[in-house]
Design a protein around this ligand. Structure first.
Ligand code: PXL
Length: 283
């Protein structure tokens, strides 16, 4: 019998600017996944490309919310997906949440260590935050770092531009040694003008590339991770799920670029949802 999957996504609510929960919820819902939210903070906008944003930390709500869920004897969760987390303290709490929920459920855990890009940490973080994020990644089944996040967690040099397969495959193996089952490394450039993903499941390394679209597109990492998880929960292989996530994210970025809207408001993933349906074979 078909049983609908129910997951929990743990990340902030950035009210304006299409990222984190405001991306994960619609994308996963479109894929038929029931998406429970555990908001860790509420911001007026995300922290990239805006100044003067507000931020209300919701850390004190996390345990009461999870304790309530755990008191319900007929609730079941299939997975947890974490994205942007606001502090090292929040990461520690999230690790506790993993333990509590894992006790009762056979969970699939995805960690997107959303904290850095283009060689730099996001404005709210120092390099030390990546040490905490590494510990969270060690508790995951699948991790989705970009190249910058991988280098920060591994404390190795970030190389901009074209890199070698040796450099990428060494990183993939070191990330796999965190104890995860699947690694999906994004922002990989092996030749000029192309950007893509390298993935590793302990057996095979796969690559998937698209033409680079010039520009920096806020929230595109969240579109990627959410659609990747949607595809994995539908039972697609890692290789197939990477194709779904890459093609969907590419289509949203392309549309945004063509529309010339200010990129800090995120990518137009909404009007590309029919593309996601086609990729996931949803009628
Ligand atoms: O995943 C991107 C993201 C999510 N949430 C907040 C952010 C960012 C990126 O800057 O600032 C609050």
């Amino acid at each position: 019998m078909y049983k609908q999957k129910r997951i929990i996504t743990i990340q902030d609510i950035s009210c304006l600017g299409r990222c984190s929960i405001t991306v994960a919820l619609p994308v996963l819902s479109c894929a038929g996944v029931e998406t429970t939210i555990l908001p860790t903070a509420m911001l007026s906008t995300h922290t990239g490309g805006f100044t003067g944003f507000t931020c209300k930390d919701l850390e004190s709500e996390i345990m009461p919310i999870v304790n309530h869920w755990m008191s319900l004897d007929d609730v079941h969760f299939d997975g947890i997906y974490t994205g942007y987390l606001a502090s090292g303290e929040q990461i520690k709490l999230v690790m506790k949440v993993f333990e509590m929920i894992k006790e009762k459920n056979n969970l699939y855990v995805m960690v997107d260590p959303a904290m850095a890009d283009n060689g730099k940490m996001y404005p709210a973080f120092t390099d030390d935050f990546s040490k905490e994020m590494k510990k969270l990644c060690e508790k995951a089944d699948v991790i989705v770092p970009n190249l910058t996040e991988a280098c920060k967690m591994l404390d190795i040099e970030y190389k901009d531009g074209v890199v070698t397969k040796e450099y990428i495959e060494d990183i993939l193996k070191k990330l796999y040694d965190f104890g995860v089952k699947q690694v999906v490394l994004t922002s990989v450039v092996l030749e000029e003008g192309k950007v893509g993903t390298a993935s590793y499941d302990g057996k095979n390394i796969e690559y998937y590339f698209k033409d680079r679209i010039e520009g920096y597109f806020h929230g595109s990492g969240d579109v990627y991770s959410s659609s990747l998880l949607a595809a994995l929960l539908k039972g697609l292989s890692l290789k197939e799920a990477v194709i779904v996530a890459t093609e969907y994210t590419y289509s949203a970025i392309k549309r945004t670029k063509d529309e010339k809207t200010p990129v800090r408001y995120g990518v137009n993933f909404e009007e590309e949802i029919p593309t996601l349906f086609k990729l996931l074979d949803i009628k």
